[in-house]
Design a protein. Structure first.
Length: 344
């Protein structure tokens, strides 16, 4: 059941991403040669009109293969022969559809389970928050320059800014107050903390609050992904800290196992949460300005617009291929680390 759930979640998210490319390609009258889910050899497929639809062996991937996407084409409906705005919209549609999907899932989650307001439930004696006078019932509205909407944003902020002094703006009885806290080392956890506890209770709101907090939910995962990438670039985390398909499958399996005693509803909510995370993550990752990813293709289009001249499609295709191989090699390393962690 765990494997089936993982494959189903991966398939839905990837399929929706590729559907974004596919629909915008059709809208812009670009010929789509193949639309497939999965990688590797084709298991089953059929052709309708000019497009072949296929299911491939490996469930972790997918593609919308367009005429003239990585090579010259004499077909006027080839991707390469369309205007820059049209090509830009087709490439950007994949990540945008991931953000749309993340929002749709977040809307269901928040409507069903509510949202976690950044309200302090308790403070820990001997730590900066208590010493500065913060108390239960205070609502944190800002940490540094970051507006806070969910309590999880407080936790993730302290994780990404370990040990750094932080200006905390909070609201008490409708009045805003500001204090500066210097996180203190907690011997038990080995981390620098402010000494506050948030409520695990989730609040349900009206229709407008549900919409608003669904946006905040997606924003939380997007910002967390970007911050994590920043830590990777600065060396605060390494390749060994990354998770690939194997690690994600394990995470989904663990979430399913822990949720199952609570019944179908709890499993459903936890799977929704994972879907939001993965969909937002895929959207951000695909927008990275790296050849072979959608972000890299967008960069090439921007350069083309500035130069007023097309980049040689064969050279661009070769660069995309080289970086794709590099990304595949990285995925193999990450997968090996995931397996090693599971075994150890």
């Amino acid at each position: 059941m765990k494997i089936i759930l993982a494959i189903l979640i991966f398939s839905i998210i990837i399929l929706f991403h590729e559907l974004g490319h596919f629909l915008l390609a059709k809208f812009n009258d670009v010929k789509v040669n193949e639309f497939c889910l999965g990688l590797g050899p084709s298991i089953v497929g059929f052709t309708k009109g000019e497009t072949r639809y296929a299911l491939r062996l490996l469930p972790f991937g997918g593609a919308c293969m367009m005429e003239g996407e990585d090579e010259e084409s004499s077909d006027e409906r080839g991707f390469i022969n369309k205007s820059i705005p049209r090509r830009f919209s087709i490439v950007a549609a994949g990540p945008i559809f991931n953000f749309i999907m993340a929002f749709a899932f977040a809307l269901i989650l928040v409507a069903c389970a509510g949202f976690d307001r950044p309200v302090i439930e308790d403070v820990q004696e001997g730590f900066p928050a208590a010493e500065a006078g913060l108390q239960a019932g205070d609502e944190i509205v800002k940490l540094g320059n970051k507006n806070i909407r969910l309590y999880r944003e407080v936790s993730i902020y302290t994780y990404f800014h370990e040990g750094e002094p932080v200006e905390v703006t909070y609201k008490r009885d409708g009045e805003k107050k500001t204090v500066t806290l210097i996180p203190k080392l907690d011997e038990e956890s080995g981390r620098h903390i402010m000494g506050i506890y948030g409520s695990s209770y989730r609040t349900k709101g009206n229709a407008w609050e549900t919409l608003r907090y669904s946006v905040y939910e997606v924003r939380y995962w997007i910002c967390s992904t970007i911050e994590s990438l920043g830590m990777l670039v600065t060396g605060k985390v390494g390749v060994n800290d990354l998770s690939g398909p194997v690690g994600i499958v394990k995470t989904i399996g663990d979430a399913y196992t822990e949720s199952r005693p609570g019944g179908f509803y709890l499993v459903f909510l936890n799977m929704l949460n994972i879907c939001i995370l993965l969909s937002a993550n895929l959207g951000v990752m695909n927008l990275l300005p790296i050849p072979a990813l959608d972000g890299g293709r967008l960069v090439f289009l921007i350069i083309e617009g500035i130069r007023g001249k097309r980049i040689d499609p064969n050279k661009e295709g070769m660069m995309n291929f080289v970086f794709l191989m590099a990304l595949m090699a990285l995925m193999v390393v990450v997968m090996f680390n995931d397996i090693r962690k599971i075994i150890i």
